[in-house]
Unconditional design. Structure first.
Length: 221
Protein backbone atom coordinates (compact mmCIF):
# COMPACT_ATOMS: atom_id res chain seq x y z
CA UNK A 1 0.00 0.00 0.00
CA UNK A 2 1.34 3.42 -0.95
CA UNK A 3 0.53 6.53 1.05
CA UNK A 4 -0.53 9.52 -1.03
CA UNK A 5 -1.92 12.95 -0.18
CA UNK A 6 -5.33 14.56 -0.81
CA UNK A 7 -4.06 16.48 -3.84
CA UNK A 8 -3.23 13.12 -5.46
CA UNK A 9 -6.84 11.95 -5.48
CA UNK A 10 -6.55 11.28 -9.21
CA UNK A 11 -4.29 8.31 -8.40
CA UNK A 12 -7.02 6.81 -6.23
CA UNK A 13 -9.56 7.37 -9.00
CA UNK A 14 -7.36 5.56 -11.50
CA UNK A 15 -6.80 2.66 -9.10
CA UNK A 16 -10.53 2.18 -8.45
CA UNK A 17 -11.32 2.29 -12.16
CA UNK A 18 -8.61 -0.34 -12.78
CA UNK A 19 -10.17 -2.75 -10.25
CA UNK A 20 -8.04 -1.85 -7.25
CA UNK A 21 -8.84 -0.94 -3.65
CA UNK A 22 -8.10 2.41 -2.03
CA UNK A 23 -8.53 3.83 1.46
CA UNK A 24 -9.88 7.36 1.90
CA UNK A 25 -10.14 9.43 5.12
CA UNK A 26 -13.35 10.97 6.39
CA UNK A 27 -13.76 12.96 9.60
CA UNK A 28 -15.42 9.83 11.06
CA UNK A 29 -12.81 7.21 10.07
CA UNK A 30 -10.86 5.85 7.13
CA UNK A 31 -12.93 3.99 4.50
CA UNK A 32 -11.83 1.22 2.15
CA UNK A 33 -13.34 1.59 -1.31
CA UNK A 34 -13.89 -0.36 -4.53
CA UNK A 35 -15.91 -0.22 -7.73
CA UNK A 36 -19.44 -1.17 -6.61
CA UNK A 37 -19.96 -3.06 -9.89
CA UNK A 38 -16.73 -5.04 -9.51
CA UNK A 39 -17.76 -8.05 -7.44
CA UNK A 40 -14.24 -9.48 -7.35
CA UNK A 41 -12.84 -6.23 -5.93
CA UNK A 42 -15.65 -5.98 -3.38
CA UNK A 43 -15.18 -9.63 -2.44
CA UNK A 44 -11.58 -8.81 -1.51
CA UNK A 45 -12.92 -6.25 0.95
CA UNK A 46 -15.36 -8.76 2.44
CA UNK A 47 -12.64 -11.39 2.75
CA UNK A 48 -10.04 -9.02 4.23
CA UNK A 49 -12.44 -7.62 6.80
CA UNK A 50 -14.04 -10.95 7.59
CA UNK A 51 -17.32 -9.14 7.00
CA UNK A 52 -20.56 -11.16 6.76
CA UNK A 53 -22.00 -11.05 3.24
CA UNK A 54 -25.37 -10.19 4.79
CA UNK A 55 -23.97 -6.72 5.63
CA UNK A 56 -23.84 -4.72 2.43
CA UNK A 57 -21.19 -2.12 1.68
CA UNK A 58 -22.26 1.52 1.43
CA UNK A 59 -23.01 3.10 -1.96
CA UNK A 60 -21.36 6.54 -2.11
CA UNK A 61 -23.37 8.87 -4.32
CA UNK A 62 -21.62 11.27 -6.69
CA UNK A 63 -24.44 13.84 -6.24
CA UNK A 64 -27.94 14.45 -4.82
CA UNK A 65 -29.32 14.17 -8.34
CA UNK A 66 -28.05 10.59 -8.57
CA UNK A 67 -30.17 9.63 -5.57
CA UNK A 68 -33.37 10.60 -7.38
CA UNK A 69 -32.22 8.93 -10.58
CA UNK A 70 -31.30 5.60 -9.00
CA UNK A 71 -33.46 5.20 -5.90
CA UNK A 72 -37.03 5.57 -4.66
CA UNK A 73 -36.91 8.68 -2.48
CA UNK A 74 -39.81 8.83 -0.03
CA UNK A 75 -40.88 12.20 1.42
CA UNK A 76 -38.89 11.37 4.56
CA UNK A 77 -35.83 10.50 2.46
CA UNK A 78 -36.10 13.84 0.64
CA UNK A 79 -36.28 15.72 3.95
CA UNK A 80 -33.30 13.86 5.37
CA UNK A 81 -31.27 14.40 2.21
CA UNK A 82 -32.08 18.13 2.22
CA UNK A 83 -31.08 18.44 5.88
CA UNK A 84 -28.00 16.22 6.06
CA UNK A 85 -26.51 15.52 2.61
CA UNK A 86 -23.64 15.81 2.01
CA UNK A 87 -23.00 14.66 5.55
CA UNK A 88 -22.84 11.93 8.15
CA UNK A 89 -26.09 10.10 7.44
CA UNK A 90 -26.86 7.06 5.29
CA UNK A 91 -30.23 5.71 4.20
CA UNK A 92 -31.46 2.32 3.10
CA UNK A 93 -33.24 3.07 -0.18
CA UNK A 94 -35.00 0.92 -2.77
CA UNK A 95 -33.45 0.72 -6.21
CA UNK A 96 -35.72 1.99 -8.98
CA UNK A 97 -34.50 -0.64 -11.47
CA UNK A 98 -33.86 -4.16 -10.13
CA UNK A 99 -31.94 -5.19 -13.24
CA UNK A 100 -29.61 -2.25 -12.66
CA UNK A 101 -29.47 -3.10 -8.95
CA UNK A 102 -28.20 -6.60 -9.67
CA UNK A 103 -25.07 -5.05 -11.19
CA UNK A 104 -24.37 -3.48 -7.77
CA UNK A 105 -24.96 -6.52 -5.56
CA UNK A 106 -22.20 -5.66 -3.01
CA UNK A 107 -24.14 -2.55 -1.89
CA UNK A 108 -27.46 -4.39 -1.55
CA UNK A 109 -30.43 -5.63 -3.58
CA UNK A 110 -33.33 -4.70 -3.64
CA UNK A 111 -32.29 -2.04 -1.11
CA UNK A 112 -28.94 -0.26 -0.90
CA UNK A 113 -27.21 1.59 1.91
CA UNK A 114 -26.70 5.03 0.37
CA UNK A 115 -24.75 8.08 1.49
CA UNK A 116 -23.34 11.35 0.12
CA UNK A 117 -20.03 12.35 1.69
CA UNK A 118 -18.89 15.99 2.05
CA UNK A 119 -15.15 15.29 1.83
CA UNK A 120 -12.60 13.25 -0.11
CA UNK A 121 -14.86 10.20 -0.23
CA UNK A 122 -17.52 12.26 -1.97
CA UNK A 123 -14.93 13.72 -4.33
CA UNK A 124 -13.79 10.20 -5.20
CA UNK A 125 -17.37 9.22 -6.07
CA UNK A 126 -17.84 12.39 -8.11
CA UNK A 127 -14.64 11.99 -10.11
CA UNK A 128 -14.80 8.23 -10.77
CA UNK A 129 -16.44 6.86 -13.90
CA UNK A 130 -17.56 3.84 -11.82
CA UNK A 131 -19.80 3.76 -8.70
CA UNK A 132 -18.11 3.62 -5.30
CA UNK A 133 -18.69 1.00 -2.58
CA UNK A 134 -17.16 1.74 0.81
CA UNK A 135 -16.88 0.48 4.35
CA UNK A 136 -14.71 1.17 7.39
CA UNK A 137 -11.06 0.09 7.33
CA UNK A 138 -11.01 -2.53 10.09
CA UNK A 139 -11.60 -6.20 10.73
CA UNK A 140 -15.21 -7.15 11.44
CA UNK A 141 -14.41 -8.64 14.83
CA UNK A 142 -17.07 -8.10 17.54
CA UNK A 143 -14.44 -8.68 20.23
CA UNK A 144 -12.21 -5.84 18.97
CA UNK A 145 -12.07 -2.74 21.16
CA UNK A 146 -10.09 -0.54 18.77
CA UNK A 147 -12.73 0.19 16.14
CA UNK A 148 -12.13 1.38 12.58
CA UNK A 149 -8.87 3.10 11.63
CA UNK A 150 -8.61 6.81 12.37
CA UNK A 151 -5.03 7.27 11.12
CA UNK A 152 -3.01 6.11 8.13
CA UNK A 153 -0.84 4.10 10.54
CA UNK A 154 -3.89 2.17 11.76
CA UNK A 155 -4.91 1.59 8.14
CA UNK A 156 -1.50 0.04 7.48
CA UNK A 157 -1.93 -2.23 10.51
CA UNK A 158 -5.36 -3.34 9.24
CA UNK A 159 -4.05 -3.98 5.71
CA UNK A 160 -1.16 -6.06 7.08
CA UNK A 161 -3.35 -8.11 9.42
CA UNK A 162 -6.03 -8.64 6.78
CA UNK A 163 -3.55 -9.61 4.06
CA UNK A 164 -5.47 -7.38 1.68
CA UNK A 165 -3.95 -5.69 -1.36
CA UNK A 166 -4.65 -1.94 -1.27
CA UNK A 167 -3.21 0.30 -3.97
CA UNK A 168 -3.32 3.63 -2.12
CA UNK A 169 -4.24 5.17 1.19
CA UNK A 170 -4.83 8.91 1.17
CA UNK A 171 -3.19 10.30 4.30
CA UNK A 172 -5.67 12.80 5.71
CA UNK A 173 -4.27 12.94 9.23
CA UNK A 174 -6.36 11.95 12.24
CA UNK A 175 -10.11 11.42 11.84
CA UNK A 176 -11.44 13.44 14.79
CA UNK A 177 -14.94 12.01 15.32
CA UNK A 178 -14.25 8.25 15.51
CA UNK A 179 -17.98 7.63 15.15
CA UNK A 180 -20.36 5.96 12.72
CA UNK A 181 -22.75 7.25 10.11
CA UNK A 182 -26.32 7.52 11.34
CA UNK A 183 -28.39 4.99 9.36
CA UNK A 184 -32.09 5.43 8.56
CA UNK A 185 -34.34 2.89 6.83
CA UNK A 186 -36.30 4.84 4.22
CA UNK A 187 -37.55 1.87 2.21
CA UNK A 188 -41.06 2.37 3.59
CA UNK A 189 -43.12 5.56 4.12
CA UNK A 190 -42.42 5.49 7.87
CA UNK A 191 -38.67 6.01 8.32
CA UNK A 192 -36.87 4.11 11.08
CA UNK A 193 -33.51 4.67 12.75
CA UNK A 194 -31.38 1.57 12.20
CA UNK A 195 -28.24 2.85 13.89
CA UNK A 196 -27.55 6.02 15.84
CA UNK A 197 -24.37 7.86 14.91
CA UNK A 198 -22.91 11.29 14.24
CA UNK A 199 -26.28 12.83 13.34
CA UNK A 200 -28.25 12.74 16.58
CA UNK A 201 -31.65 11.00 16.75
CA UNK A 202 -33.28 14.28 17.77
CA UNK A 203 -31.89 15.99 14.68
CA UNK A 204 -33.24 13.21 12.47
CA UNK A 205 -36.70 13.51 14.01
CA UNK A 206 -36.64 17.29 13.73
CA UNK A 207 -35.81 17.08 10.03
CA UNK A 208 -38.81 14.94 9.14
CA UNK A 209 -41.34 15.87 11.84
CA UNK A 210 -43.51 17.77 9.36
CA UNK A 211 -43.65 15.03 6.71
CA UNK A 212 -47.34 14.23 6.23
CA UNK A 213 -48.46 10.60 6.06
CA UNK A 214 -51.80 8.91 5.87
CA UNK A 215 -51.75 8.60 9.66
CA UNK A 216 -50.75 12.18 10.34
CA UNK A 217 -47.27 13.42 11.22
CA UNK A 218 -44.36 11.08 10.63
CA UNK A 219 -41.39 10.68 12.92
CA UNK A 220 -38.75 8.00 13.07
CA UNK A 221 -38.53 5.44 15.84
Amino acid sequence: MKLIFPDELNLAVQAIEAGGLVVVPTHRWYMICANARDREACNRIYAGKGRPRSKSLAYVLPSRIAADDLFVMTPAAHRLAAAFWPGDLAMFLRWRDLDHAQRHEPVGVPNALVTLDPGLLGQLAEQCTVPIAATTANRSDPSSTTGPAITAEEVQQFVTEAGINVAYCINGGISPLAHHLTIIDCTEPHAKIVRSGVVHDRAVNAAIAAVATGAGTEAVS
